[in-house]
Design a protein around this ligand. Structure first.
Ligand code: GLC
Length: 413
């Protein structure tokens, strides 16, 4: 059976490669993550008072989009409404639990989209499906679903062309009929080229759902190889992950992943052709913290130093043999080898050991490689074919550098 050909929007989505996820809402004022209302059982009337102190005084869509761009992210997925039920957009009278009716006094999604458009970043809208605010969610589910569709229709008609909609929350009521066809129908009607995602959550990573969906999700995990043979349509894959352990701002969660981990994770996603959607949680006023900004920018530096090859190059069946993290991607007659855990060459008295240089072996490399060099510096690398195995001599990082994952570019005839 054949692997279906991806529709254009899905092929384009796969080439975005890296995105910035943003969780921001009323909860950001509490600084304890986006689930605080639920975990701390804060009574609704009390929680809703957070609207009266929500000023968004430092939320700047342009600045955020610029950060994403400098970080090498091609898209941003922002929580237009999270489980708390508060909308960052103007709900046009559906209710008053939205940003224009708060001290912020403005449509923050408009600001976000304008900023993205100005910086060439594609805006995606996260939208909750479960709702801790709307009374109909538990009282009259059908009427709630109409409210959800009306909300999504606003997002699809007010902000020009958007990259996609990212839903989250169906797992809260797994046995109910979410009338998904009707919801996705609203999107297809107004935004035929939008990517539609519905997060299957921690318990069902990679699960395949409604036929209108364009990508599977791997929340806080690692993408797994997908067998696309015989699928009714080609699906993309996206792995979303927090930088610390919370999506929404958590002032006291300093347990951030290291830049090295983030770079390796980006590579682990691209190894399988999956996108990496990395989250930041802006603070109460809408500012991304210096630590999270710095980590994002570090990824951007790495992407540039490795020749921007992560976007277009695709998995091509090449496997690292003597180091399982190593792999290769291919873009036309260029093949990119991703080499992990290299050491820094030089005097062992002054460098910290971080692995080894030397021979790296691969299977699945086609014959006819004409040249091989590091992307980060002009240095031809030795290589040979040995009984169907491709062997390259990976030299260590020159003293003064360490890119975590180093990329060698091969030219194929
Ligand atoms: C989970 C959480 C949610 C978060 C989402 C992101 O489903 O409920 O807070 O927005 O994951 O993937």
């Amino acid at each position: 059976m054949a692997i279906p050909v991806p529709e254009k929007r899905i092929a384009d989505f796969e080439e975005l490669g890296f995105g910035m996820f943003i969780h921001w809402g009323l909860y950001s004022q509490l600084g304890k993550g986006e689930w605080a209302q639920c975990h701390e059982q804060i009574p609704a009337e009390e929680y809703q008072k957070l609207k009266d102190t929500f000023t968004a005084s430092r939320f700047d869509g342009r600045k955020i989009a610029k950060l994403a761009k400098d970080s090498g992210a091609k898209y941003i997925t922002l929580t237009t409404r999270h489980h708390e039920g508060f909308s960052l957009y103007d709900t046009k009278g559906l209710n008053t639990y939205d940003a224009p009716h708060s001290p912020a006094g403005r449509d923050l999604i408009r600001d976000f989209v304008d900023g993205c458009n100005a910086e060439g970043i594609i805006p995606f809208f996260y939208h909750t499906t479960l709702d801790w605010y709307h009374p109909d969610f538990d009282r009259d589910f059908k009427s709630y679903l109409q409210y959800l569709r009306d909300s999504v229709e606003i997002l699809c008609t007010e902000y020009g062309r958007i990259g996609g909609l990212w839903f989250d929350g169906n797992w809260w009521k797994p046995n109910d009929d979410w009338e998904e066809d009707a919801l996705y129908g609203v999107i297809r009607k107004h935004q035929p080229d939008a990517i539609i995602v519905n997060n299957t959550g921690l318990g069902a990573r990679g699960a395949i759902g409604n036929l209108q969906l364009d990508s599977v999700t791997y929340e806080q995990g690692r993408p797994e190889p997908m067998d696309r043979e015989g699928m009714p349509k080609y699906l993309a894959a996206e792995m979303c992950e927090t930088m610390n352990a919370h999506w929404g701002y958590a002032a006291k969660d300093v347990n951030c992943k290291s830049l090295a981990q983030l770079i390796e994770t980006l590579c682990a996603c691209r190894k399988l052709g999956a996108n990496y959607l990395l989250n930041v949680g802006p603070d109460a006023e809408g500012e991304i913290t210096p630590l999270q900004s710095a980590l994002m920018l570090g990824i951007g530096d790495w992407i540039r130093m490795t020749g921007n090859c992560i976007y277009k190059a695709k998995p091509c069946g090449v496997k690292g043999l003597n180091h399982s993290k190593n792999f290769a991607l291919r873009d036309g007659n260029k093949m990119y080898f991703f080499i992990h855990d290299l050491s820094i060459s030089g005097n062992s008295n002054v460098t910290v050991d971080c692995g080894g240089a030397g021979e790296k072996t691969f299977s699945g490399v086609p014959a006819g490689i004409k040249s091989l060099k590091w992307v980060d510096r002009e240095e031809d690398l030795e290589y040979r074919y040995e009984d169907g195995t491709f062997v390259m001599n990976a030299t260590g990082f020159p003293y003064g550098t360490n890119l975590v994952v180093r990329v060698a570019e091969a030219e194929l005839s």
